[in-house]
Design a protein around this ligand. Sequence first.
Ligand code: SF4
Ligand code: SF4
Length: 101
Amino acid sequence: MVNSCRRCGTCCSYMADVFGIMEQTGPFEYKIQYLITGVQQIVTIDPDKTYLFSNTTIQDKRPLACPFLRFDREGLALCTVHQTRPELCHMYLCNPQKPEG
Ligand code: SF4
Ligand code: SF4
C-alpha cells in the first residue's frame, strides 16, 4: 500500500480533546490519557526529535493540536512520539478524497 501522507499535519491538529498529557514521568516520557475512556499510556519522545519537541510555539498557532505534533524546517508535520504513539494513531487512515489528505 502506497503511503500517501503529505505530512500536512491536519489529522493531528485537533486532537487536544481526544487525549492529553497527565504527567511527565521521565526526561522525555509522558503519561497520556484518553479523555473519554480514561485509558492511559506512556509515550516517549523519539531520541532524534527532542530538540523539535522542546519548541512549543505550535501551541500558539494550533491550540487544539496534539501536544506531540511539531513541524520541521520545511514546514512538514511530524509526530515526536512516533515510535511509541498512541494506539489510536496506529489505526488512523487518511482519506485521500479530502483536500488535506
Ligand atoms: S491529514 Fe493525511 S496527509 Fe495530512 S498528515 Fe494526516 S495522514 Fe498525512
Ligand atoms: S501522537 Fe503523533 S500521530 Fe498521534 S495525534 Fe499526536 S502527533 Fe499525531
